[in-house]
Every structure is written in C-alpha cells, then in structure tokens.
Design a binder for this molecule. Structure first.
Ligand code: B4P
Length: 192
C-alpha cells in the first residue's frame, strides 16, 4: 500500500493538488475538510457541531475527525493506497492514524509538505472566498486565525513524521502544473 499525506497550511493547495494526484496514481482521496462539508450539507448532528468550529477558524475536535477517517478506511478495504488531505492536523490525529494503519499492516509512506508564504496563503483564500461560499473563507481575520491555529496545532505533525524521516518539503509557489510536477517527481522516487 502507498499512503501519502499532503501537508501544508490552509490555502497551500492541498485540495487542488490532491485531485490531480489521485487521478494520476489511483489512490483513494480522504479529505477531512470535504467530509465535514458533506456532513454539513446533509445537516447531520456531526455536521452542525463541526460547523461551529469551522466558522471560527478553529479545528474540529480530534475524536470527530478520527472517527470519520476510521470509517472511511474500513469502507475502502481494497484500496491500493490513500491520499490524506488536511489530515492529520494535530499530533493526536497523527498518532491515531499511525495506529489505524498498523492494524491494516500498513504505514505512512511519504509526507509531502507544501511550502507557501503567508501573504500568498491569505490572498489565495480571500480569492477562493469570492466564489466558494465557504464561511471560513469569508474574512481576513478568520484567515489569520486559521494560520495561527496551523502553527500551534498542526506544525507538530510535520515534526512527528520528520522523526520517522518521512517528510519531503516541496516548493508550493508557482503555477498549479509546476507544483504538480514537483509533487509527482517525489512520489515517483518513492514508488519506483
Ligand atoms: P480544508 O478543507 O482542509 O481546507 P484548506 O486547508 O482551507 O485548503 P487547501 O490547502 O486544501 O487549499 P486549496 O487547494 O483549496 O479545511 C477546512 C476546515 O475544516 C479547517 O479550517 C478545520 O476547521 C476543518 N478541518 C478539516 N480537517 C480537519 C482535521 N483533520 N481536524 C480538525 N479540523 C479539520 O487552495 C486554496 C485556494 O488557492 C483555492 O482557491 C485554489 O484555487 C488556489 N490555489 C491553489 N493552488 C494555487 C496556485 N498554485 N496558485 C494560485 N492559487 C492557487
């Protein structure tokens, strides 16, 4: 199994690049952001609870997202590999993911870390907000809050996988195709 984490701050292009990666390499795409937005659309209790955190630029509680990922892994037992997009976002989530994969006699193969400077991130998200209709894209204060939460709660995930020598940093500035080329070459080094 080839299990990839696409890592990076909010707005670094994880969702954008994930679509291209899953199409090229046949992985199952698991985006906790997409899963949470689906729950909200369906107005499930989980979706309604999660939205209160998302609207403030905060993370949704660990047990909620870990439960969602655990069910998604079980629902795709035949997958040749997974692309985790926006997950794990805390150290507790990373530890839980490692355990879930271990139960499947598997592990994370590679973490690709998209590096983008903060001003570019804010500008991309403000732009996305013009058409996305997403409450968490609505204003710059929420964007800045999300970047702060990322630094405090999510960056330790990179340290967790760095200790296991699984992280490769990738320049996330440039055109979508240029960045996809850089990501693909790292994936191919690993699967070859
Ligand atoms: P997510 O849905 O994961 O989204 P994101 O971090 O905002 O964006 P992403 O990095 O995917 O950027 P995109 O490709 O869209 O999270 C939303 C919220 O859900 C979180 O804040 C949190 O509250 C909650 N949540 C999700 N997962 C969670 C978890 N595990 N634990 C707890 N809470 C969780 O790109 C951004 C924009 O830039 C787009 O408009 C795109 O078109 C543009 N763009 C992309 N690449 C570009 C490029 N190269 N040049 C110019 N523009 C580019």
């Amino acid at each position: 199994m080839f299990n990839l984490i696409l890592f990076g701050p909010p707005g670094s292009g994880k969702g954008t690049q994930s679509e291209k990666i899953v199409e090229k390499y046949g992985l199952v795409h698991l985006s906790t952001g997409d899963l949470l937005r689906k729950e909200r659309q369906m107005k499930t209790p989980l979706g309604i609870e999660a939205q209160q955190f998302i609207d403030k630029g905060q993370l949704v509680p660990d047990e909620v997202v870990i439960g969602m990922i655990s069910s998604a892994l079980d629902a795709n037992a035949e997958a040749r590999g997974f692309l985790f997009d926006g997950f794990p976002r805390t150290e507790a989530q990373a530890e839980a993911l490692d355990k879930l994969l271990e139960l499947k006699k598997s592990a994370i193969s590679l973490v690709l870390f998209l590096e983008v400077n903060e001003e570019e991130l804010i500008s991309r998200l403000i732009n996305r907000g013009k058409t996305s209709g997403r409450s968490d894209d609505a204003d710059e204060n929420i964007q800045r809050k999300r970047q702060d939460v990322y630094k405090k709660e999510t960056l330790p995930v990179a340290a967790h996988y760095s200790k296991l020598k699984k992280v490769v940093n990738v320049d996330g500035m440039g055109t979508i195709d240029e960045i996809f080329g850089r990501l693909s070459s790292q994936i191919e080094k690993k699967i070859r």
